[in-house]
Design a protein around this ligand. Structure first.
Ligand code: ARG
Ligand code: ZN
Length: 856
């Protein structure tokens, strides 16, 4: 059933304190809880519970018989409760068979079995009956008891006591107390046998904090990158937001089975191993960089999420959008900020724009949902971050900081809304409350424009207009405030003659620049100042000019992407001449390679097949897009053929170094290697083999392997086999081994079938499932076939029961079936209808009905 934002009601009872006693046994766990509750307003006590066996229930010391409460549809309701209540509950749960990885669950197998929690958003109700909603804040005390086979017993807060069980010599316990008032979704506990990497950090307030990263012993040497990132994040938040850490202990636990990336539980983050472990030998630079970003993200949640939390799950973007913006800013301080912006915008365009263009389009703050897990989307996270960025840029650094200081001052310890956030940010002169419409309106605005120059009056007029598609089920779209960062470039000197932040907040507007002595080239949307699609009537030569003269590295990348899009998607407006694009790159690359290798590597980006598909509204033929895309890649490789050898030789392999320059060189070397193989440069196959054999790190080794696999180099299979042998014991590297095959340019359904049948494939490990199935979606020509869809939908049907959250996410990737050209469209449609008949989770049903509902 649907839940609506407009129906929000405060809880009738608050919880002051909770005591949990979790006893883990061989095949189940017993959870005893005591809740001290106080009435806030008239109404029942409502506790949520799922998959629980209720063993006992008492109120104020008196056992409640079955007629004193109602238990149905996941709710335990007690009417006529007094104003002050102590509830005592006993339930039995079964973490050992919990494959949904939500609530308290078992991960790993054999010697490496461990037990962890994932409670956000509504997993706590799978641990015990509780008012499991983010606006109920309480103080938690947690006792854990388990076999000594699991020496690691962790929960939120501070360790109060630990000891042995006198009557059961093989068992022990630990008691943790968290002084923070927190919602149940931030609860966590861990029962495991783990090693720990410890360090400390002294906050700006003088608090000495114990920092601990827990992992299985084989992984503990891969925790140093994460530990350093944690210390960097702690300092960054002090410097940039004036926020210091507030407990004496901060723990991170690595777990191999986890649905998402990581979770910001108070003082006890739980991380997918893929998002915390990193070493040069086993982790690519890209992955290692995202480890740092995710550590920062979860740390930053301590203030934006934990100390100030969400009133209800509709406000998810309040914590996620702001926190993503914060982690993006942190990352931008750790590398070239242009490259960081390129990465963030590329992700936004590839995924969020696609979501906004299809049947799953929803506002950054949704207004209704069936299953909140379906709304942990790129729209909520990444578009949410873009809104905060626009607000920050509109206010300017000083006023934004004053605004965030006010936000923390006003709402610390509370559960609040997006409106509260905007109101705090509006305390200075810059009023940003108008940005609320960005949270309410789905769809990506398209900004179109042109310029007129009048030499007589020396006036340049820029006309911009905005249009957003009308998403059915929502109000007709209205104009949004769109900041358009603009610079005018003098054609003669290539220098900037004027810079300005234009605010487009009407359907159409003109902006006039006086005293402009010759028609300039206009650079718009600099640094991607708003999450919009831009159609400006550029000449190819203007774009080539900007590639050369733009001082903003992001915009140099953006013009290459505009050129590529205008070549590959001629239906989308002006068609570009590929020769202009090729000539501009040929000129830029050799110079830039020496100045900023990372940016140089990115300028060769050609959008993925999925990203291109997202811009095609109908009759999408994957074969055509693939051919066009590969054709342009081939043209590029051949046009710059003379450069590849020179560039590759300029970037010799040497011992591993972890600096921005070294990372840039590795990225460029991998791109150049791939280009050289495409262009059949003499000796390129040997370069690849030598790079693989002599690699100093995973970026080099995997780059070479991927290039060899995609170019079907003669002995690519031998290299794949070698890779497997070398890294057999390392799950995260074996994930790479699966994914490089599942996403290979020539992959087909048979390859996927054999990967799924491999002895190392594991249905209960989301990382492994994704390494095959999500990797496969990068090849739409193979996915959108009868066989490809059979495999893909079988996976969804299989996971529907065991892990509906993952099943639903995989289903969402098929959202744009409706844009396919026949006969694929019909084929996909009947396949989806067939899935609908065979699944039962509300997760998948909700996604399916959106995805199917879009039939026109
Ligand atoms: N709050 C976590 C993060 O952004 C994500 C948790 C999502 N979990 C889920 N089951 N949907 O860092
Ligand atoms: Zn988050």
């Amino acid at each position: 059933s649907k839940i609506n934002l407009k129906d929000y009601q405060k809880p009738s009872f608050d919880v002051e304190t909770v005591s949990l006693d979790i006893k883990l046994f061989e095949d189940h766990a017993q959870v005893d809880s005591t809740l001290k509750m106080v009435r806030q307003s008239a109404g029942d006590i409502v506790l949520f519970g799922e998959d629980l066996e209720l063993l006992a229930l008492s109120m104020n010391g008196e056992a409640l018989s079955a007629e004193r409460y109602e238990l149905s549809a996941g709710k335990l309701t007690i009417s006529d409760a007094p104003d002050e209540v102590t509830l005592a509950l006993q339930v039995r749960i079964c973490p050992q068979t919990n494959t949904a990885l939500e609530g308290f669950y078992m991960a790993g197998s054999g010697d490496e079995t461990m037990f962890v929690t994932q409670c956000e958003p509504e997993g706590f109700r799978k641990i015990t009956f509780y008012p499991d909603r983010p606006d109920v804040l309480a103080i938690f005390t947690t006792r854990l008891e388990a076999d000594k086979r699991y020496p690691t017993l962790l929960a939120n807060g501070n360790l109060v006591e630990a000891g042995e069980m006198i009557d059961a010599p093989n068992r022990h316990y630990a008691i943790w107390h968290d002084p923070t008032n927190k919602p149940s979704y931030l609860f966590a506990c861990v029962v495991a046998d783990l090693d720990v990497l410890a360090d400390s950090y002294t906050t700006s307030e003088g608090r000495e904090v114990l920092l601990e990263v827990y992992a299985k012993s084989a992984d503990i040497d891969k925790c140093t990158v994460g530990m350093q990132a944690l210390k960097d994040s702690m300092q960054w938040d002090e410097v940039n937001y004036g926020r210091a850490y507030d407990l004496d202990r901060y723990m991170i636990v690595a777990v191999s089975q986890f649905n998402m990336g990581a979770m910001e539980n108070k003082g006890l983050n739980i991380f997918n191993t893929a998002c915390v472990l990193s070493s040069p030998e086993t982790t690519t630079d890209t992955r290692s960089f995202s480890v740092k970003a995710i550590i920062a993200h979860e740390y930053f949640h301590n203030w934006t999420g934990n100390r100030i939390t969400c009133r209800d799950w509709f406000q998810l973007c309040l914590k996620e959008g702001f926190t993503v913006y914060r982690d993006q800013s942190f990352s931008a301080d750790q590398q070239s900020s242009a490259v960081q912006r390129i990465d963030d915008v590329a992700t936004l365009r590839a995924h969020q724009f696609a979501e906004d263009a299809g049947p799953l389009a929803h506002p950054v703050r949704p207004e209704s949902f069936v299953e909140i897990n379906n709304f942990y989307t790129t729209t909520v996270y990444e578009k949410g971050a873009e809104i905060v960025r626009m607000i920050a840029n509109t206010l300017g650094a000083d006023d934004f900081r004053k605004g965030t200081d006010e936000y923390f001052r006003r709402y610390d310890g509370q559960a609040v809304t997006v409106e509260d956030f905007l109101s705090a940010l509006s305390i200075t002169n810059g009023k940003v409350e108008d940005f609320i419409d960005w949270y309410r309106q789905p769809g990506t605005p398209v900004v179109s424009g042109h310029q007129d120059y009048d030499s007589a009056t020396q006036t340049l007029t820029i006309t911009l207009s905005q249009q957003t598609r009308h998403v059915s089920g929502f109000d007709a779209p209205k104009p949004l405030p769109i900041p358009v960062a603009t610079a005018l470039f003098d054609k003669e000197s290539g220098k900037i003659i004027a810079e300005s932040m234009l605010l487009l907040d009407q359907a159409t507007q003109t902006f006039t620049f006086e005293g402009v002595s010759a028609e300039p080239v206009v650079s718009l949307l600099r640094d991607f100042s708003a999450p919009v699609q831009l159609n400006y009537d550029y000449q190819d030569e203007d774009l080539a000019f900007l590639l050369k003269h733009e001082t903003n590295g992001f915009n140099r990348w953006q013009v290459t992407q505009m050129l590529v899009n205008r070549i590959l998607l001629p239906t989308q407006g002006t068609k570009s001449n590929p020769d202009v694009y090729l000539a501009a790159l040929a000129q830029t690359l050799p110079v830039l390679a020496g100045e900023d290798a990372m940016l140089a590597a990115r300028l060769l980006d050609i959008p993925s097949a999925q990203e291109l598909a997202a811009a095609i509204p109908e009759d999408y033929d994957p074969e055509v897009v693939k051919a066009q895309r590969e054709g342009l890649y081939q043209q590029l490789a051949e046009a710059l053929k003379d450069q590849w050898e020179m560039l590759y030789k300029q970037l010799p392999l040497h011992s591993y170094e972890d600096s921005a320059e070294a990372r840039g060189e590795r990225a460029l070397r991998n791109v150049v290697l791939d280009m050289a193989l495409s262009a059949n440069v003499e000796g390129a196959v040997e370069w690849a083999q030598q790079q693989y054999d002599n690699a100093s790190c995973m970026t080099e080794r995997f780059g070479a392997l991927k290039a060899m696999v995609n170019h079907q180099v003669a002995n690519a299979d031998a290299y794949l086999a070698d890779f497997y042998q070398r890294f057999q014991a390392d799950d995260l590297v074996i994930d790479l081994w699966f994914s490089v095959q599942a996403s290979a340019d020539n992959v087909n359904a048979d390859v996927i079938k054999s990967l799924l049948a491999h002895e190392d494939f594991d249905w209960n490990t989301p990382n492994r499932v994704r390494s095959v199935i999500s990797a496969f979606t990068s090849q739409p020509t193979a996915l959108w076939t009868q066989q490809g869809l059979d495999i893909y939908t079988d996976v969804i049907k299989k996971l529907d029961d065991s892990n509906p959250m993952i099943a639903s996410r995989l289903l969402q990737v098929l959202a744009r079936w409706n844009t396919l050209a026949e006969p694929r469209r019909q084929m996909a449609h009947s396949q989806l209808l067939d899935v609908q008949q065979q699944v039962s989770s509300k997760h998948v049903h909700e996604s399916l009905s959106s995805v199917l509902g879009a039939v026109t």
